[in-house]
Write a protein that binds this ligand. Structure first.
Ligand SMILES: NC(=O)c1ccc[n+]([C@@H]2O[C@H](COP(=O)([O-])OP(=O)(O)OC[C@H]3O[C@@H](n4cnc5c(N)ncnc54)[C@H](O)[C@@H]3O)[C@@H](O)[C@H]2O)c1
Length: 302
């Protein structure tokens, strides 16, 4: 499945965490829209492969979003390769959950460092280049967990609420520079982040959710591409839920799946049908983005 094609011609977009998952789909949507993309990630082999598959309109450069020096190098690289930057998609993130009382300070800080501080450094880094280029669009990938209170997502949920707030601050401060800043809030989507906990694609795979299924990365990428494009020229500070209706349901108070149903660390009922992978951190809820497998190979910060 490819994302709906949005006209992005003559723009240059940097996508963090673009090696795979949602970021990989966003990179593809950007190129399909006629644009050039710089894929960044800490997964160097996967990132280079993803960019390679996209052809001459794509490049890869390593960027650990927590490192200011990596950000500056990625911006310099983008300028050297494509001459400008019009779009930034702050997509890189990790997810892992635990009951609040069992969450460690160290892990909480690690999640916030990547998911929130990384977004802050990214926005801060590109502002002057975008301003000099006449404006731009920043799309920050938050989560359904950034729209409501979900059990078992202490660090993750807090970071995603932070991303939502930071996006609004950016929208207000940067409108004068013609830089738009919006947040996207995916619901449960099938990616390497969620696959380890038994998430599957297909109709009926998510009973209880309004649309009865989880999303696929291309469906999130289509919304991101729209916000990057001139079709969204009058949108800034918006929060776009792309979640099969989960947020609407939460707003009506019908969400109960996020409540812990048993002893510390036990999975919410929706996931009890799926065996918890050995070493996996419990933490997903009916609308959360899933859990992180501590032992998953190639997963930075998990
Ligand atoms: N999959 C879901 O259900 C879901 C739901 C809501 C929000 N999200 C958000 O979407 C974004 C993408 O998630 P995904 O599902 O594609 O997960 P994913 O694990 O497939 O992709 C995340 C990418 O971020 C990269 N990354 C991690 N730490 C990094 C760092 N310090 N610097 C640079 N890159 C780093 C990873 O290497 C990986 O390639 C995340 O921000 C996630 O929180 C996902």
């Amino acid at each position: 499945m490819s994302a709906a094609v949005v006209d992005l011609s003559n723009k240059v977009v940097l996508v963090t965490g673009g090696a795979r998952g949602l970021g990989g789909a966003v990179a593809r949507a950007v190129v399909d829209g006629g644009d050039r993309v710089v894929v960044t990630d800490v997964l160097e082999e996967e990132g280079a492969a993803t960019a390679g598959e996209l052809g001459g309109a794509a490049r890869f450069v390593r960027d650990d979003v927590t490192a200011e020096s990596d950000w500056q190098a990625a911006l310099d690289f983008t300028g050297a390769e494509f001459g400008r930057i019009d779009g930034l998609v702050n997509n890189a993130g990790i997810s892992a959950g635990q009951l609040l009382e069992h969450e460690t300070v160290e892990h909480f800080r690690q999640v916030v460092e990547i998911n929130l501080v990384g977004v802050f450094i990214g926005m801060k880094t590109v502002i002057s280049a975008m301003r000099a280029g006449g404006g731009g669009s920043v799309v920050n990938v938050s989560s359904a967990a950034g729209l409501t209170g979900l059990a078992l997502t202490a660090g993750y949920g807090a970071s995603k609420w932070g991303v939502r707030g930071l996006s609004k601050i950016g929208a207000v401060e940067l409108a004068e520079a013609r830089i738009r800043v919006n947040s996207v809030h995916p619901g449960m989507t099938y990616t390497p982040m969620t696959a380890p906990v038994g998430i599957r694609t297909g109709e009926g795979n998510y009973p209880g959710a309004p649309m009865g299924r989880v999303g696929v990365p291309e469906e999130i990428a289509a919304a991101v591409a729209f916000l990057l494009s001139d079709a969204a020229a009058y949108m800034t500070g918006a929060e776009l839920a792309v979640d099969g209706g989960d947020d609407g349901r939460a707003a009506h108070g019908a969400v109960t799946a996020g409540r812990p149903t048993g002893p510390a660390g036990r999975m919410p009922h929706r996931f009890q049908a799926h065996p918890t992978p050995p070493g996996a951190l419990p933490g997903s809820t009916g609308t959360s983005p899933g859990v992180r497998h501590a032992a998953e190979p190639g997963v930075p910060g998990a």
